[in-house]
Ligand binder design. Sequence first.
Ligand SMILES: [Zn+2]
Length: 115
Amino acid sequence: MNKEKYFKLLVQEKQRILRNLFMEKRVDEKTESAWVEPKDLEEWADLKIQDDMRYKLCERELSILKSIDVALKKIKEGKYGICEKCGKEIEEERLDLIPWTRYCSICSRNAVRGK
Ligand SMILES: [Zn+2]
């Protein structure tokens, strides 16, 4: 599995969500923010979400952001791509679509059905 590829995908998605968030924040407050554009991928990856930003995120983006952080942590720990339910490897086709997923396609389908 190409972990470098998924790391980049995850960081890109995190960057996109945080950018949206930042733009909303600027529009809302109409002030110059102390925001400093992170210079590289590592900085983006380590960026923590501020509490005052949190409530402005829609629920879906917030949950994705959390999942991205979990996935980035897993990459660092060497546990990325393992289903949290059954412990098997998550299909790469699935990771290509949802790189922050925590479950394989079978467990995810079961979860939707409420099993
Ligand atoms: Zn599974």
